[in-house]
Write a protein that binds this ligand. Structure first.
Ligand code: MSP
Length: 525
């Protein structure tokens, strides 16, 4: 069992039929911020992401492009999915591809165990399948087509016709787990979050669970069923197992004990797979269920779920090329309340960049450093007697750090950022009120000037640490400019749970040069 100070977190593994858009990058940034927060808080952290490479969707795309599915997947992983991790600065500890032997072999072990233990049977099957979802659709998600698809049944999510499949399949006796699943949601209210997601899952399971078709025989791009090689494993059954095959299931039990169970961050469209099918599979195999399944909302563009098939897809580098990866990470962590849908717009992104990052945080850092250079030769001054205004900053830093930690602990990333941002706003107000440029005019107020700049500089020290899981580049630059790398060691080594302490950056620390953290963006008129 993972120890209380260990933290494992995963993203869904991404389909490689196409290149990433900002919806995918959003999931990754959220999980990355949480992973970095825990890692830098001293928790033994493991962060997994990867790619989902089997199934009909990939097979069809590859065939249409005249290559084998493996060639297609290799190409997309190399040219698009791995580079995305660099583009948005993801700190994953592992990247699993479902075509790797470490995955395929252990999926087969898992299946064989379920088969041997009587959880699998074979039967005839006829149902409507959506290749976009890679799922036999429940009645509630089948609607009548309109326009070009008039008279056909279409998928409510993809608005594309469903395909009637008639095959001999192997089935997982999922229906047998209905009561145990309901008991799980009851006993562990945090298991599925946020509450809206939990309610949806409970209502779905209460309606009654069908058994799950777990094999396909009409194509062969998948993991062969170990006892019947004329079938391949259903792609979702294969994909969900990535979370444990990467953690060491079947190959490294000691590692598996450390890494499992994990927290899963998923989009709400794939909640049911993670909160119903996946725990039922694990229960059948006698493996602990996940620690938590957290469903985030959709990024909406023009009021609709952003998607490439609906031509609203935006590539992450369209944003990072202009605003940088920090702004990308900040915007999606701050502007979207985690667990709810959020609308993306270029105007909102640009205005938050200017107001919050450039004018709010960036300017604060440049002004404080510049005043230290101007009035104290680029050395952190000593603080003299503390006034109420200074104490208010010190207390706010301590409070905000504790609040942010508690908020990150319950995956409220946007709330944690808002808490930390109170420090940015308070420090800007403090500088305006204290008017160091006036204090600098007289020798008599020199001690007070030192206290004001020491307070503001120490505030920046705390901000650099607290914001480092989100603004990975800017905080590093600030850290070096504060001379903190020499005085206190590497930024990554600063414990976040101690970031709210006061007086850490010693007087006398030599400050360096700081270029604008968030330069002005020239927009084409
Ligand atoms: N391969 C499956 C997941 C298997 S996990 C065992 C899959 N892949 S996906 O590439 O289609 O989607 C991956 C993630 O991206 C999902 O969490 C999905 O919700 C998320 N997003 C895709 N479009 C999105 C938005 N427009 N907004 C937010 N997240 C979105 O599903």
């Amino acid at each position: 069992m993972a120890t209380p100070s260990s933290f494992s977190i995963t993203t869904p593994i991404f389909y490689v039929n196409d290149v990433p858009h900002i919806g995918h990058a959003y999931t990754q940034v959220a999980a990355d911020v949480l992973a970095r927060w825990h890692r830098q808080s001293g928790d033994d952290t493991w962060f997994l992401t990867g790619t989902d490479e089997h199934g009909q969707k990939i097979l069809r795309t590859a065939t249409a492009n005249g290559v084998t599915p493996k060639e297609w997947a290799d190409q997309l992983v190399k040219s698009a999915w791995l580079p995305l991790l660099e583009t948005i600065d993801i700190s994953n500890d592992d990247f699993i591809r479902t075509t790797e032997p470490r995955h395929e072999e252990n999926v087969q072990k898992f299946l064989q165990k379920l088969y041997d233990d009587g959880h699998v049977y074979d039967g005839e099957f006829e149902a409507l399948y959506c290749v976009g979802c890679e799922e036999f659709k429940p009645k509630s998600e089948i609607v009548d087509g309109t326009g070009a698809f008039e008279g056909e049944k279409v998928c409510i999510i993809h608005s594309k016709p469903l395909e009637l499949l008639q095959e001999k399949n192997y089935f997982f006796r999922m229906s047998a787990f209905q009561d145990r699943l309901l008991a799980l949601y009851e006993e562990r209210p945090d298991f599925v979050q946020p509450p809206s997601a939990r309610n949806e899952v409970i209502a779905f399971v209460q309606q009654g669970l069908d058994d799950l078709s777990i094999s396909r025989s009409s194509f062969d791009w998948g993991i062969p069923i170990p006892w019947d090689s004329s079938h391949v494993t259903y792609v979702w059954f294969d994909a969900l197992l990535n979370y444990i095959t990467a953690a060491g299931y079947g190959s490294d039990e000691a590692k598996f004990d450390e890494r499992w169970p994990a927290t899963h961050v998923v989009g709400k469209d794939i909640l049911r797979f993670h909160a119903v099918i996946w725990p039922a599979m694990l229960m059948a195999a006698g493996i602990e269920v996940p620690k938590q399944v957290f469903a985030h909302g959709w990024l909406l563009v023009g009021g609709e779920k952003m998607s490439k098939s609906k031509l609203t897809g935006i590539a992450p580098n369209e944003i990072t090329d202009v605003f940088g990866s920090d702004a990308f990470r900040y915007y999606f962590s701050r502007a979207v309340s985690f667990g709810h849908d959020g609308s993306f717009s270029w105007e909102d992104l640009a205005s938050r960049y200017q107001a919050e990052l450039a004018n709010g945080f960036g300017n604060l850092a440049s002004r404080v450093l510049a005043m230290n250079v101007k009035y104290f030769d680029g050395v952190v001054p000593a603080a003299a007697e503390e006034t109420e205004a200074d104490a208010a900053i010190r207390e706010l830093v301590a409070r905000a750090a504790v609040a942010a930690d508690e908020q990150m602990e319950r995956l409220a990333v946007h709330e944690a950022l808002a808490s930390i941002w109170e420090i940015v706003d308070a420090l800007n107000g403090y500088i305006t009120d204290q008017e160091p440029w006036v204090l600098a005019k007289s020798e008599e107020t020199r001690a007070r000037l030192g206290t004001v700049l020491a307070t503001a500089t120490e505030g920046l020290r705390a901000l650099a640490v607290l914001l480092s899981p989100v603004l990975t580049e800017a905080t590093q630059k600030l850290w070096v400019a504060l001379g903190a790398d020499v005085a206190l060691g590497e930024l990554r080594a600063q414990n976040l749970r101690e970031a709210g302490a006061w007086g850490l950056l010693p007087a006398g620390t030599k400050l360096g040069q700081l270029d604008a953290l968030f330069p002005r963006i020239e927009t084409a008129e």
